[in-house]
Design a protein around this ligand. Structure first.
Ligand code: PGA
Length: 250
């Protein structure tokens, strides 16, 4: 079974020397697991130096975030074209931690279309902060999806990768139950199809939140997902290699 693994290093590691070492291990893991497509998202400042030195095909690069404007007075930001120029083929949009810093649905809407326009794959993250018995989280996720796809031409809908990452499962002790993920994957596809048409059937859906080498396989086999977004375990060379090889064996 082919799966996608996004290695989101977040604001780690502290030095380029460590980043190069971690990348080496990530590259080896990716190259030994033919049916796993690894997408590495290092801190922007390390991106180009890692990507220009990589000549293989098994792994690709993503920016952790990029601005929707083409350029201008946006101190601290990077643009989609800068990310592409640094050999990224995709960009994470609306990660829960960015949303926590003030990114809104309207920003993700602009970013998704800006990425597609320039030829980057948007990796659009959605997920509720909390859950209650009443099921309001479905409505919350629906709004995030409806906004994220609002300006996407129907033919380009299948190019977007969705990551469902409930905030309460990020940085936690364990991921959400795979069966609940299965339910959410059906909901995500249905929401996009109902609102924007059949392209939604072909969406790739990933799960993110406390995935490591011990639970990745269960989530892929029972969660109805095409892959995983991995935070902490992607910055531990041993854990990440074990995770990729577990998926490689499926
Ligand atoms: P974590 O992060 O794997 O460290 O929980 C996941 C995420 O950011 O979605």
């Amino acid at each position: 079974m082919k799966s996608i693994v996004v290695a989101n290093w977040k604001m780690n590691p502290a030095t380029f020397k460590e980043a190069r070492k971690l990348f080496e291990a990530t590259r080896k893991a990716a190259e030994s697991a033919k049916n796993v497509a690894v997408i590495v998202a290092p801190p922007a400042i390390f991106l180009r130096e890692l990507s220009v030195g990589y000549k293989g095909k098994r792994l690709s690069f993503a920016a952790q975030n990029a601005h929707y404007e083409a350029g201008g007075a946006f101190t601290g930001e990077i643009s989609m074209s800068e990310a592409r120029d640094a050999k990224c083929s995709s960009v994470i949009i609306g990660h829960a931690e960015r949303r926590g810093m003030g990114e809104e649905n309207d920003d993700t809407r602009r970013k998704v279309v800006a990425a597609l326009t320039i030829g980057l794959t948007p990796v659009l993250c959605v997920g509720e902060r909390t859950r209650s018995q009443s099921g309001e989280h479905f409505e919350f996720v629906r709004e995030q999806l409806v906004a994220g796809f609002a300006d996407v031409p129907p033919a380009k809908i299948p190019r977007v990768i969705i990551v469902y990452e409930p905030v309460w499962a990020i940085g936690a002790e364990r991921p959400m139950n795979a069966r609940d993920m299965h339910e959410m994957a059906i909901f995500i596809r249905k929401t996009v199809v109902d609102r924007y048409g059949q392209g939604g059937m072909n969406l790739k859906i990933l799960y993110g939140g406390s995935i490591d080498e011990s639970n990745a396989e269960d989530m892929i086999q029972n969660g109805d997902v095409n892959g995983l977004l991995v935070g902490r375990a992607s910055t531990d060379a041993e854990k990440f290699s074990a995770l990729v090889s577990a998926l490689g064996a499926l």
